[in-house]
Ligand binder design. Structure first.
Ligand SMILES: Nc1ncnc2c1ncn2[C@@H]1O[C@H](COP(=O)(O)OP(=O)(O)OP(=O)(O)O)[C@@H](O)[C@H]1O
Length: 364
């Protein structure tokens, strides 16, 4: 069993708090991805699970046993680093088997495990080469192979694909997904990459400033972010945030208005009082037409980013606010043209203005 439980886990560096009390359960066999802005504590949390950083406060249980004071090698965990961390003077086979020889695994068994991992990763033909004779993608396979041979119950990945080019990242992403399916091991993965997080994760943990903002299935975070931070962090292109005024509240609905928006009735969410608020609208939820049951936004096209099947439209509303919309790639649009987009009230979310204190038009 390799379920993990973090209870009130904290990390301080010399009185500076970087992880501020994390409670999290990770189920056996689950693929969990940590995301968040640079410096939010993703790697620190991962390294505490690995045993590479001491836990300042709180409890880490692995497989139902307290692991705070276990050495890294006794945790049943293997970690794959962004930098690959291969020994240049050893062959691929020796790199992969290095941890096993340290643990005095019988030679025949070590050789068999290396051969099996090489087969899984399709690098059998590279076993006699040195790291300098490998491409970046091949080196990353060796680093993953070195983790596999240890037969850990938990794999930790710290941005393993960030040194690879886009095409290779996609191949390796699929490879890691297949590995998870085949091995059935618990995997915890840190990334900056939205696509990796959305496609690999059973659940995503969004961190900000050492605090867990939300934990959930990718689709749930995308559709129902709990606050404006998560709404802005998950999804690409980035969420639009419009400052609005809540004029009245009734039966869980808020009547909102703003220059160039509404009035429109939307779900009140966490809003309990009339006053300033933020309306969030995904670029994909804006349609370049105006239907009776949709709410209009009037503006003009500033910039078009043609991606092929779709185009990202950067428009400026009459209120001066910039907004992004995603439209089909074959839609004829020109910079400078006046345009009306519209949204369905069910597709937007309302958040307190205090969620985004630097939002123009909202109080500080
Ligand atoms: N050894 C250390 N001593 C002091 N502060 C540290 C140490 N290691 C990390 N920090 C601080 O802890 C915070 C979290 O760092 P961490 O590397 O976990 O962030 P991250 O979310 O993984 O960032 P990135 O995405 O940039 O890798 C940062 O403010 C960092 O400066």
């Amino acid at each position: 069993m390799a379920d993990l439980r973090l209870t009130g886990v904290k990390k301080d560096y010399g009185g500076h708090s970087v992880i501020k009390g994390v409670d999290l359960e990770i189920r056996d066999g689950e693929f969990v991805v940590f995301v968040g802005p640079s410096g939010c504590g993703k790697s620190t949390l991962l390294r505490m699970i690995a045993g590479l950083e001491e836990i300042s406060d709180g409890t880490l249980d692995i497989g139902g046993k307290r692991a705070n004071d276990l050495s890294p090698r006794d945790r049943g965990i293997a970690m794959v680093f962004q930098s690959y961390a291969l020994y240049p003077h050893l062959t691929v086979a020796e790199n992969m088997g290095f941890g096993l020889s340290l643990r005095k695994t019988p030679r025949a068994e070590a050789t068999a495990r290396v051969a099996r991992a090489a087969e899984i990763l399709q690098i059998t033909h590279l076993l006699d080469r040195k790291p300098s004779q490998l491409s970046g993608g091949q080196r990353q396979r060796v680093a993953i192979g070195r983790a596999i041979v240890r037969e850990p119950s938990v794999f930790l990945f710290d941005e393993p694909l960030s040194n690879l080019d886009a095409a290779l990242r996609m191949d390796m992403r699929m490879e890691i997904a297949r590995l998870h399916r085949d091995l059935g091991a618990t995997m915890i993965y840190v990334t900056h990459d939205q696509v990796e997080a959305m496609t690999l994760a059973d659940r995503i943990v969004v961190l900000n400033g050492g605090i867990v903002q939300q934990v959930g299935r990718p689709i749930d975070l995308f559709r129902d972010p709990c606050n404006a931070f998560v709404a802005g962090f998950i999804g690409s292109p980035r969420m639009n945030f419009l400052p609005v005024t809540v004029d009245s509240l009734s039966g869980g609905m808020a009547q909102v208005s703003a220059a160039g928006v509404g009035p429109v009735a939307v779900a009140a969410g966490r809003i309990t009082m009339p006053g300033p608020a933020i309306l969030s609208i995904r670029p994909q939820a804006l349609k370049p037409d105006q239907a009776a049951d949709r709410s209009p936004l009037h503006g003009h096209v500033v910039l078009l980013e043609r991606m092929g099947t779709e185009t990202v439209v950067n428009l400026r509303l009459h209120s001066g606010q910039s907004v992004l919309a995603v439209v089909p790639g074959d839609l004829e649009l020109q910079p400078g043209q006046d345009i009306t987009f519209s949204f369905a009230p069910a597709d937007v979310r309302l958040f307190p203005a205090s969620d985004l204190p630097d939002q123009p038009g909202t109080p500080h």
